[in-house]
Design a protein around this ligand. Structure first.
Ligand SMILES: NC(=O)c1ccc[n+]([C@@H]2O[C@H](COP(=O)([O-])OP(=O)(O)OC[C@H]3O[C@@H](n4cnc5c(N)ncnc54)[C@H](O)[C@@H]3O)[C@@H](O)[C@H]2O)c1
Ligand SMILES: [Zn+2]
Length: 343
């Protein structure tokens, strides 16, 4: 596997080094002799036991229901029982849930210890491990408790994706399409041209997608770490997507895929996006195995949009497109969005 050029995120809490193509087996090169404790989940532990053997490991349960303060407390207890002090390093080896929890536990244990991430799902490699958002859900609200804190390093070992269920790959691809659609028309065209290789999980092609995606996200985070402006671009498809996820229970990736198509349609009306661009987006998503059509009436989704975190008073920071690769942020009244959806 080719090691791609390193990518850096410079955040308030420090610099993050992201390596795409680096094997997990090289972890020790990055721990620099420090006491290292790995946090992983049961699935990842089962599949990658041989690579984790010999490492001091804390294993958590799988799924969103474990992404809470109870699991964080469990990690704190384990760290205290093992007499882990501030000089230690916590390394999350897992999907987005492990990455978010590990980052939060590390950033709060003894007022903060260093952490690294080895994302093992495609979504975690291109999204959750990059940018320093850490945290957990609380009383049914997603990512309600958390801090911005940059991992010291992120190791994206593409080999780890070989055990990932196909549906998880498909959902991760939705976030790559998102990055391409708002920021990088070349990446978009590359995905169109290499659709079969992407679906066939060609390692070199996947690595290129991950590297490009990480570079795009890092570039945005470097300019707006705390999401006061530009970083909102990364919510493309997510306002409708989150509402759809909540209403229908479909997966995040599939919901965002449909949300992106809806946002493109709205862009046709509000910013003159050519219909041909929406068609390209739909074709790409469909070709990758993602959903592009609303499974329920738009009016149902409209109702669920009331509690969106990104709502500022009655306006939503909504991401529209001028063209493929050119997203922009536009404030839209919640009411008019709901009416547009419900018509
Ligand atoms: N911090 C951020 O910026 C950010 C961005 C996007 C998403 N997220 C968060 O990420 C989470 C979703 O991440 P996810 O989709 O990776 O979910 P996940 O962590 O639940 O992983 C998906 C499933 O795949 C399994 N898995 C992971 N790696 C595997 C592997 N290599 N082989 C076999 N099975 C494997 C997991 O055990 C789990 O069952 C959400 O909680 C979301 O809020 C965070
Ligand atoms: Zn997402």
């Amino acid at each position: 596997m080719t090691l791609h050029p390193p990518v850096y995120v410079d955040g308030k809490t420090g610099r993050s080094l992201i390596l795409v193509g680096e094997p997990l087996a090289n972890l020790r090169r990055h721990t620099a002799g420090r006491r290292t404790i790995v946090v992983t989940d049961q699935n990842v532990k089962r599949h990658w036991k041989h690579l984790l053997d010999g490492l001091d490991t804390i294993v958590i349960g799988c799924g969103e229901k474990y992404k809470n303060l109870v699991t964080v407390e469990f990690i704190y207890d384990q760290l205290i029982n093992r007499q882990v002090d501030r000089s230690a390093l916590l390394v999350g080896v897992g999907g987005g849930i492990v990455c978010d929890i590990t980052g939060f536990a590390a950033s709060t244990y003894m007022r903060g210890i260093s952490f690294g991430l080895v994302p093992t799902s495609l979504l975690a490699q291109v999204d959750a491990s990059v940018g320093g958002k850490t945290g957990v859900n609380h009383r049914g609200f997603k990512n309600m408790i958390g801090v911005f804190s940059q991992p010291e390093f992120v190791i994206c070992d593409l080999e780890l994706l070989s055990t990932l269920p196909a549906e998880e790959i498909t959902c991760g691809l939705a976030e790559i399409v998102k990055h391409a659609t708002v920021c990088d028309q070349k990446l978009f065209a590359f995905m169109e041209e290499n659709m079969d290789a992407v679906i066939g999980r060609d390692p070199e092609v996947l690595a290129r997608l991950v590297h490009r995606s990480v570079t795009i996200k890092a570039g945005i985070v470097n300019r707006d770490e705390k999401e006061s402006g530009l970083r909102r671009l990364l919510n493309f498809g997510h306002t409708f997507g989150h509402a759809l996820e909540k209403t229908t229970g479909i997966s995040h990736g599939r919901a965002v895929s449909i949300g992106m198509v809806l946002a493109a349609r709205l862009s046709q009306e509000l910013s003159g996006l050519p219909a041909e661009a929406t068609a390209r987006l739909e074709n790409l998503l469909h070709g990758l195995g993602l959903s592009t059509r609303l499974p329920v009436p738009g009016s149902k989704i409209a109702q669920a949009m009331v509690l969106d975190k990104k709502r500022k008073q009655n306006a939503i920071f909504f991401v529209l497109l001028r063209a493929i690769g050119q997203g922009y942020i536009h404030q839209i009244g919640l009411k008019s969005l709901q009416q547009w959806l419900a018509r």
